[in-house]
Design a protein around this ligand. Structure first.
Ligand code: SF4
Length: 342
């Protein structure tokens, strides 16, 4: 379920990998602004589907996206997609520690362009890394993802939760994201492995904030409950794209309703104060009105944080990028998202 490999681009929060940070996250803070834009939008959506032109003029966005080049029609990547080379003391220390502890991170495997900001603490000063558990081979095959796939991946290491917890605690991070491939082959779909890793981490270092970015567990409520009650701070599950593109972008076993149900269940099972979080990629062929409807559905499911990323094709065999969405348009989605929590 972790989608990290294969996407890059604008992110709203700071936790996903393969994101290029451009804008703030939706839903994550209360907006002091008026609800006028959202109200106007809801009215428009109720009437009919707004065209892209209408979206641009209604929200004062001059450019929604930039065209993607091709072999015959080369176009350089827009400036905002270019990142500085990561560095800094904290980044260097974390990198050295990872090698010493033999931990795998999505951040490195996906060659995430945000790695320098996340590992050094970025704007918030909270150093974060995303650790992969349950192996590197997924039982699913999403069209945007470069992770290895197999119907029968090697069994997980039963000692991994202890090893990972000990390694992470020995390390100077403030916030850790645990994620995994999908493990449809396991009777518990890897949920016990997640829960055990979170519990061991929290037992050893209660002050560390732990996010679990989990698969959909095929909607199994027992698996969701196990992870949601393991002591984590953030239960994350990515819906990846708008409802209309689910079957184009994700593995056929995944779908929008199932993912939303997982997020709803997590909210019900988790102790009060636990956040739920999801993410979508832009640049997969979605329209602005589909994005906004998706945001509304996500918010209706009680999700606290929603992040947006620009999809980047990991290899030529993967789904093509439809467009590079501008930072301005990302900002507009952030504003709309903030209005939704007022
Ligand atoms: S192929 Fe597996 S790891 Fe990749 S996004 Fe799909 S479910 Fe997640």
């Amino acid at each position: 379920m972790q989608p990290a490999v294969g996407r890059q681009g604008a992110q709203l929060g700071k936790f996903g990998a393969r994101f290029l940070q451009l804008a703030g996250r939706a839903f994550s803070s209360q907006s002091s602004g008026a609800r006028s834009q959202l109200a106007a939008l809801q009215e428009r959506l109720a009437k009919d589907e707004p065209t892209l032109k209408e979206f641009l003029s209604a929200y004062d966005v001059s450019d929604y996206s930039v065209e993607v080049g091709s072999k015959k029609n080369f176009k350089p990547k827009p400036e905002w997609m270019k990142r500085v080379i990561p560095g800094g003391d904290k980044y260097t220390t974390i990198k050295a520690k990872l090698r010493e502890l033999n931990l795998n991170t999505v951040c490195e495997e996906a060659r995430c362009p945000n790695i320098g900001e996340c590992w050094s603490g970025g704007e918030t000063g909270t150093a974060t890394a995303t650790i992969m558990i349950l192996g590197d081979t997924c039982t699913r095959g999403c069209r945007f993802c470069a992770v290895k796939t197999s119907k029968a991946p090697p069994p997980p290491d039963p000692e991994e939760p202890r090893k990972v917890a000990e390694a992470i605690v020995a390390w100077g991070l403030d916030y850790i994201v645990l994620t995994s491939v999908d493990r449809d082959d396991l009777p518990d779909q890897g949920s016990n492995h997640f829960a055990e890793t979170v519990s061991l981490l929290k037992a050893r270092k209660p002050s560390m904030l732990v996010e679990a970015l989990v698969p959909d567990f095929r909607g199994d409520s027992g698996c969701v409950e196990r992870v949601a009650t393991s002591g984590l701070d953030v239960f994350a599950h990515n819906i990846e794209t708008v409802e209309e593109l689910q079957s184009v972008v994700r593995d056929r076993r995944a779908n929008f309703r199932q993912s939303l149900d997982v997020l709803k269940l997590a909210k019900e099972f988790a102790p009060a104060g636990t956040l739920t979080k999801t993410s979508i990629m832009l640049g997969c062929g979605e329209t602005p009105s589909q994005v906004i409807k998706t945001m509304e559905n996500v918010r209706s499911a009680g999700v606290d944080v929603m992040t947006f990323g620009q999809y980047m094709r990991p290899t030529k065999k993967h789904m093509a990028v439809s467009e590079y969405v501008t930072p301005e348009a990302f900002d507009k989605y952030r504003e709309l998202g903030e209005e939704m929590v007022c």
